[in-house]
Design a protein around this ligand. Structure first.
Ligand SMILES: NC(=O)c1ccc[n+]([C@@H]2O[C@H](COP(=O)([O-])OP(=O)(O)OC[C@H]3O[C@@H](n4cnc5c(N)ncnc54)[C@H](O)[C@@H]3O)[C@@H](O)[C@H]2O)c1
Length: 408
């Protein structure tokens, strides 16, 4: 066996896959482990199984035992699951236990705080990776992901991130139209994720600080990165895609207008950011999680000859040369199809680690500009040393940092 990426059996996957002798295509298997068995982790299991008959789910890990157990229970009648009590793990070190099994690929779907640690460990262990966005909550975490993505490339490991729009037909076609000049030169853009409140779990008498925060991870910056990072990254990523890379600077504002009580942690409920890209192109980004307001989840790219509007399933160009498209395969499945094609060398090699790290960093730079009230430059934001959250994880006391107040 040579050491090329085509030969994915020749790396860490060899021992696991050897019994399945690659005599025909359908006998190939890709053994998948899942770290983070919540909504998206279980969703990604379904998407991965639907993407390819080669997929086998073999190991599960979640910090909370009941989450891992309930996902295992859902797989009991799944013929392509070989999950057993021995391959169902819990605790803060569950990720290490999943990685120590013979999985070929892992799905990383915990809250984003843990992604840099889990991604770096997965690459060290020689595993292909599907990782949910965002991939960090602070600049040190982003740098870990960039470094690990480079190591993944050296090891011929495939990496796909859950920004499904990058695998969605209308977006792919729209970017191709944009590159072909249908809207002329890009002059500015806007993007939005404006919606109401999301879920929240009430604190019970037995919950420690850590458990309460982890069960409500959306509302703590150290865990989610705030909603500009956790959710609005999807739209920011589209702007980075259209503009060919991340911005040079960010000037942001935002605050806690409605979600002011301690039950809402320390994140903001609205942000607006002015991002400056190369060639004086500006992108205005808006995100809000406040009930009773107008909702909008979309992107708009303004060129010298037309305007491209995208909003999930549709892409429309107006102006000198109108164009529109919609449809395509479920992008949550398509991203797994593309990853598996990359792993099996039936499609192009994919390593999305660096670009999802850059889009994560773009959102973090916007957030930190709004938190501080200061204009931030890309290099200083990326090289910042502020790490959020504890370094040793345990259930117990964990004081909440007060929400940021711009200018103070
Ligand atoms: N691409 C998308 O459209 C999309 C949609 C929803 C969520 N997401 C992303 O997916 C990720 C998970 O979100 P979710 O909605 O599934 O949240 P969730 O709360 O439903 O699930 C997260 C799971 O991770 C577990 N967990 C927490 N810390 C852990 C650790 N250290 N080790 C192991 N397990 C741990 C939790 O117990 C929970 O079961 C987030 O990054 C989120 O931004 C992406």
């Amino acid at each position: 066996m040579n050491n090329s990426r085509r030969n994915f059996l020749s790396t860490g996957a060899a021992a696991a896959l050897a019994p399945y002798a690659f005599s025909t295509h359908t006998e190939q298997t890709i053994r998948v482990g899942v770290i983070g068995c919540g909504g998206r982790g279980t969703g990604a299991i379904r998407n991965s199984l639907a993407a390819s008959p080669m997929v086998r789910i073999v190991a599960l890990g979640d910090v909370f035992e009941e989450r891992a157990q309930s996902t295992a229970a859902k797989l009991v009648n799944e013929s392509r699951s070989t999950v057993t009590p021995e391959t169902t793990f819990s605790g803060f070190d569950a990720f290490k236990k999943v990685l120590s099994t013979d999985v070929d690929m892992v799905i990383l779907a915990t809250p984003p705080h843990f992604r840099p640690q889990h991604f770096a460990a997965a690459v060290r262990a020689g595993k292909h990776v599907f990782m949910e966005k965002p991939v960090a909550v602070d600049a040190p975490g982003v740098r870990v992901v960039i470094e690990a993505a480079a190591q993944a490339k050296d090891k011929n490991l495939s990496v796909v991130s859950g920004t499904q729009r990058r695998h969605q037909q209308p977006y792919l076609e729209a970017m191709s139209q944009l590159r072909d000049g249908r809207i002329g030169d890009v002059r500015s853009a806007s993007c939005w994720w404006n919606q109401g409140f999301l879920w929240r779990v009430d604190r019970t008498a037995t919950m420690t600080d850590t458990e309460w925060q982890m069960r409500n991870w959306l509302y703590f910056t150290w865990l989610s990165g705030d909603h500009i990072v956790e959710q609005h990254i999807h739209n920011i990523d589209i702007c980075n895609w259209a503009l060919g890379g991340p911005p040079k600077s960010a000037t942001g504002m935002g605050g806690r207008e409605v979600r002011t009580g301690p039950e809402w942690g320390n994140i903001f409920d609205h942000f607006s950011i002015d991002f400056e890209y190369e060639n004086d192109v500006r992108v205005t980004s808006w995100c809000r999680q406040i009930d009773g307001c107008t909702g909008k989840v979309a992107e708009e790219i303004v060129g010298t000859k037309g305007v491209l509007r995208t909003d999930g399933g549709r892409a429309i160009i107006t102006g000198e040369s109108p164009w529109r498209t919609k449809g395509g395969r479920n992008p949550y499945e398509q991203e797994h199809v593309d990853l598996i094609d990359s792993i099996t060398q039936t499609g192009p090699y994919l390593n999305e680690g660096r670009r999802i790290a850059e889009s994560t960093m773009t959102a973090i730079m916007g957030r930190d500009s709004a938190y501080s009230g200061k204009r931030l430059q890309w290099e200083e934001a990326l090289n910042a040393d502020v790490r959020l959250g504890p370094t040793d994880y345990a259930f117990g006391p964990l004081p909440v940092r007060p929400a940021s107040v711009p200018g103070s």
